[in-house]
Design a protein around this ligand. Structure first.
Ligand SMILES: Cc1cc2nc3c(=O)[nH]c(=O)nc-3n(C[C@H](O)[C@H](O)[C@H](O)COP(=O)(O)OP(=O)(O)OC[C@H]3O[C@@H](n4cnc5c(N)ncnc54)[C@H](O)[C@@H]3O)c2cc1C
Length: 388
């Protein structure tokens, strides 16, 4: 018989500290974000005052150690924060997700002491980060990127055009991937830390999107942009490793965004169906509606278990590659189904902007596209199970 203290805990059981943290983020989201959601969506903008509040709340440097001014938390804390924020606004969820699971994460893992000492305190206190890998011609095939880095006299000069860069409008610090040697294929790829204001760096066109409209998605233009050699993240020619490893973790964050927004939609659907009367009673009294809600809640719970398990594996330093791909794939589909049902159960009111489910339905679609499309997650899972 196993000792009771060694019995694994249920995945959804949170520690006291995790519960307090999650509840405080949730309360913040309900009190301070909810009133802004519709306006931010319509104007496709996030007020800087809200970003400042996210720093004050301590969710912009969750895994950054205390001595750099961060919250000294775990990856799981970041997942809880992204989930809670996304239940109210997935645009805020992704801003916090990119900051923590991609940018701070890459610096913590790959940054030399001097880079960490310079940028982690900024990221924890005031600087927004962005992660610039994709280009017009390289999305799923990310390592076909063509942004060029040429070394000369103690610095690199970067030239190229990045596309789809989340947080680009707000960002002060960019992780930019470029190749030092196009003939070397993926082995030429190198990651650089580039500051806003660097000569030759500019933020270009902002995309007008279907969903997560308040999250900025922009072009990033590099024209002979000068970056000190000390700003290489990791090693020259090892940027592919930085990208692969951070994106493996980042996609757990996207899973968290998806379960958060699905929970938000489900909560709205439950409240509405209990209130809305047709045929002389609440529509939630019809078994047909109850079964649909029950199925949605089950799918969402399964997605949450996948996301939490992947995050717990990562914090436990256990392999999580397949778990991360599965959680993103499944959570994105669950979010699409649950938000679609929520629109359906609101009837005509689900189709208009006066109610929140229309927006969550639009927001859900991105989960199947960024940080590796659903087909690319399937490719990863297939490779693992087939041993190919
Ligand atoms: C809102 C938004 C925010 C984003 N934020 C960032 C960011 O911050 N940083 C960043 O670097 N990038 C970002 N991206 C880019 C995003 O990661 C890419 O859009 C994504 O990886 C897909 O690349 P693509 O758009 O070029 O599509 P493609 O790669 O052209 O794919 C098109 C279709 O073909 C399918 N496909 C491609 N290859 C295969 C294959 N081998 N097998 C089967 N199917 C395949 C795909 O699944 C997809 O359905 C963002 C994108 C969006 C829309």
């Amino acid at each position: 018989m196993e000792n009771a203290s060694e019995t694994p805990k249920p995945l959804t059981r949170l520690t006291e500290d995790e519960t307090l943290f999650r509840d405080s983020v949730l309360e913040f989201a309900r009190l301070e974000i909810r009133p802004l959601v519709r306006d931010m969506d319509e104007r496709a903008q996030m007020p800087r005052a809200l970003v400042d509040r996210l720093f004050e709340l301590g969710v912009m440097g969750i895994e950054i150690p205390d001595h750099y001014g961060g919250a000294g938390g775990t990856f799981f804390h970041a997942v809880l924060a992204v989930e809670a924020l996304s239940s109210v606004d997935p645009s805020v969820g992704v801003l916090v997700d990119v900051q923590n699971t991609l940018v701070a994460n890459a610096l913590l893992r790959w940054g030399a002491d001097a880079l960490q000492g310079r940028y982690l305190p900024q990221l924890a206190s005031r600087a927004v980060g962005a992660y610039a890998l994709s280009e017009a011609g390289s999305g799923s095939d990310a390592f076909a990127l063509t942004t060029r880095a040429v070394e000369a006299g103690g610095e690199f000069r970067l030239t190229g055009r990045k596309l789809w860069i989340t947080n680009a409008n707000e960002a002060d610090v960019f992780i930019v991937f470029a190749t030092v040697n196009p003939d070397a294929g993926y082995k030429g790829i190198t990651a650089f830390i580039v500051e806003r204001g660097s000569p030759g760096l500019s933020v270009g066109k902002k995309e007008d999107k279907l969903g997560i409209r308040a999250s900025s998605t922009c072009e990033l233009l590099l024209e002979d942009c000068r970056v000190p050699s000390s700003h290489v993240l990791g090693e020259v020619g090892r940027g592919y490793k930085v990208a692969i490893e951070t994106l493996n973790e980042g996609r757990i964050g996207i899973g968290a965004q998806m379960i958060g927004l699905a929970q938000g939609a489900l909560n709205h659907a439950i409240a509405y169906t209990k209130e809305r009367q047709q045929f002389g009673k609440a529509i939630a009294d019809f078994q047909g509606v109850q079964f649909q809600l029950a199925r949605a809640a089950t799918e969402l719970e399964a997605a949450r278990l996948l996301v939490y398990n992947a995050a717990r594996l990562r914090d436990n330093h256990e392999p999580f590659l397949t778990a991360a791909a599965m959680c993103k794939l499944f959570a994105a589909d669950a979010a699409e189904h649950v938000t679609s049902l929520a629109v359906q159960l609101f009837g005509g009111y689900g189709y208009v902007k006066d109610y929140p489910v229309e927006k969550l339905y639009r927001d859900a679609k991105i989960g199947q596209i960024y940080e590796g499309t659903s087909n690319l997650q399937l490719q990863t899972i297939a490779k693992q199970i087939l041993g190919a």
